[in-house]
Design a protein. Structure first.
Length: 74
C-alpha cells in the first residue's frame, strides 16, 4: 500500500499491486485494475518511486531458496 495525496489534500492509500497505469495530464491519474481512478497531487515520478520502495520493502524478505542446500547425497 502506498500513501498518496488527492487534489483536495486528503490522503488516500492505494494498493500498489493494483496499479495498472499512471498518466500525467496536468494532474496525475492513477488507473487501477479494478477500474477505479484517482486524481492525485503526487507526480508520476513520485508515484513510481513509492511503488518501487513498496516492492523493495515487501520483497526484501523473500530470498531465492536453493533446494539442494541441505540435501545430503547417500
Amino acid at each position: 500500500m502506498i500513501h498518496l495525496r488527492r487534489l483536495n489534500g486528503t490522503e488516500v492509500v492505494v494498493n500498489a499491486e493494483l496499479i495498472e497505469s499512471v498518466e500525467s495530464t496536468p494532474d496525475t491519474v492513477i488507473n487501477l485494475a479494478t477500474g477505479n481512478r484517482y486524481l492525485v497531487r503526487d507526480t508520476v515520478d513520485e508515484v513510481v518511486a513509492k511503488v518501487v520502495d513498496y516492492r523493495k520493502k515487501v520483497y526484501a524478505e523473500k530470498r531465492a531458496v536453493n533446494p539442494l542446500e541441505f540435501y545430503e547425497k547417500k
